[in-house]
Every structure is written in structure tokens, then in C-alpha cells.
Design a protein around this ligand. Structure first.
Ligand code: F6R
Length: 247
């Protein structure tokens, strides 16, 4: 595990965008696992900038996202499809047919989870999985619980997560109660994992995830079992980490 501390959010984004850009340059047909949320927005902005400067070509890239709210249409401004289209896909030369998210409007949630799992399998492996982390240490929408769920599944969002995400909705009542997420096995199957975190609200989650026991009560703690995890975080998020562990 490599942990990089950054002075501020712009340098966090710079490091993250450079790692993703290097991945695409080294392997133009990379499969990227992507995340939404506020943390990676600046990273996506830089990837768009690199594309505009002619540094990156996305024509052969495939993306698969971690999660999507159940019940939101792709054109709903809080759906994760809308987020990805707006922040990244509509601004680069990626083939939209090569960008995958769960279908929030699927009629049968079991079938949707099976469909999404088949897509993940058919891609032949995620080269680089980008992750954020919830204040409760969720990854994707794998919420704290009593077991690690391996494959895509429908989640009942915790009140803490709905509260945290209510900043994007008119009120907490508008935040969906359920979401589809990739499972833990799907995430761990990625060849490389890049986790971004900023702010004091993530400090305990990071500490318990990487310095505490591996337990489904702390979903991100399972990342301790992956052999290629890079964490890029600011000093607030890393406040509880011993200096000796940080690059
Ligand atoms: C989003 C996702 C979530 C977020 C996490 C952190 O696709 O998978 O796990 O990464 O909730 O969100 P922010 O970045 O908004 O703090």
C-alpha cells in the first residue's frame, strides 16, 4: 500500500489525474472502474483538460462505474449516469457504448445485479479502480454490515449516507433509499486500486480501514487484502496516520 499526502485538493487531483492518465497512455484500451461523489470531480476536470490538450485519447477506453441510485432516470440531475456524462463522458472522445453504470430504472433488481455482474466479467478485468470513501468507510455503496457481499447488489442506504448525500438534493426526503453497487469481490478483482480522500470527516474512516481489523463493519478495511492500493489524501484525512506510513 502506498499512501501519498497532498497539501491541498488541487494537488490531490493532480496526482490522481496523472496516475489515471499514465494508465491510459500505457494501456490505451484500459478498463477503468470509476466513482462519483465530490472527491473525484477535480480529477475528472483535469482528465478533460488533458484530453483537450491532446495528451489523452479515450477512444479505446472502457469504463464501469461503482454504483447508481435505484429509481433515478439517467437524465435525473442526481443520477450517477448524469454525473459521469456531465463531468467526464460528454467532454471527451469516449464511445458512450463503452461506459457502463447500473440501470437505476431496472424493473427487476435481481436481474439488474446479474446483468451488471455479467458486464464486469465480460470486460476481462478492471485495470484501475478509482474509489472514494464514505465517512462510515463505505466503498461504492457497500455499507457497514455483518458480511462482505461479493457481487453487485441492491443496498438499503444508511441514514448516515443519505444524510451525507442530501447536500446534492433539495431535501433529505428526496435522497433515494436504495442504490445498486458493485460488490466487494468485483472491487478487489481490479488490478490496481486508487483511493482518494480529503477532509477531517474522512480521517476516522481511513484510520479504521487501513490500521484496524478487517471487518464488514468497516467495508474499506477489506482493501488491506489487495496488493496494489494507492491512497492519495490530504493531511486532514490522514491526520490519524503515523508519519512513518506516508510517502
Ligand atoms: C460514489 C461512491 C461513494 C463515494 C463516497 C465518498 O460512486 O462510490 O462510495 O466515493 O461516498 O463520496 P464523496 O467523494 O462525495 O465524499
Amino acid at each position: 500500500m502506498n499512501i501519498y499526502i497532498t497539501e491541498n485538493i488541487p494537488s490531490l487531483n493532480q496526482k490522481a489525474a496523472n496516475i489515471i492518465a499514465a494508465q491510459i497512455i500505457m494501456k490505451p484500451d484500459s478498463v477503468l472502474g470509476l466513482a462519483t461523489g465530490s472527491t473525484p470531480i477535480g480529477t475528472y476536470e483535469l482528465l478533460v483538460e488533458y484530453y483537450n490538450k491532446g495528451v489523452l485519447d479515450f477512444t479505446k477506453v472502457t469504463t464501469i462505474n461503482l454504483d447508481e441510485y435505484q429509481g433515478l432516470a439517467p437524465d435525473h440531475d442526481q443520477s450517477y449516469r448524469y454525473f459521469m456524462d456531465t463531468h467526464l463522458f460528454n467532454q471527451i472522445n469516449i464511445n458512450k457504448n463503452s461506459t457502463f453504470l447500473p440501470n437505476g430504472l431496472a424493473k427487476d433488481s435481481n436481474l439488474e445485479c446479474q446483468r451488471y455482474n455479467q458486464i464486469i466479467q465480460s470486460l476481462g478485468g478492471i485495470d484501475l479502480q478509482l474509489l472514494g470513501i464514505g465517512e462510515n468507510a463505505h466503498i461504492g455503496f457497500n455499507e457497514p454490515g455483518t458480511e462482505f457481499k461479493p457481487n453487485p447488489h441492491l443496498v438499503t442506504l444508511t441514514e448516515k449516507t443519505r444524510q451525507a448525500n442530501s447536500r446534492f438534493f433539495p431535501s433529505i426526503d428526496d435522497v433515494p433509499t436504495h442504490a445498486y453497487t458493485m460488490g466487494i469481490k468485483n472491487i478487489l478483482s481490479a488490478k490496481k486500486i486508487l483511493l482518494l480522500a480529503s477532509g477531517t470527516s474522512k480521517a476516522k474512516a481511513l484510520y479504521h480501514s487501513f490500521l484496524g481489523p478487517i471487518t464488514p463493519a468497516v467495508p474499506a478495511s477489506i482493501l488491506q487484502l489487495h496488493n496494489n492500493v494507492t491512497i492519495i489524501a490530504d493531511s486532514d484525512a490522514l491526520a490519524l496516520f503515523p508519519q512513518s506510513m506516508i510517502c
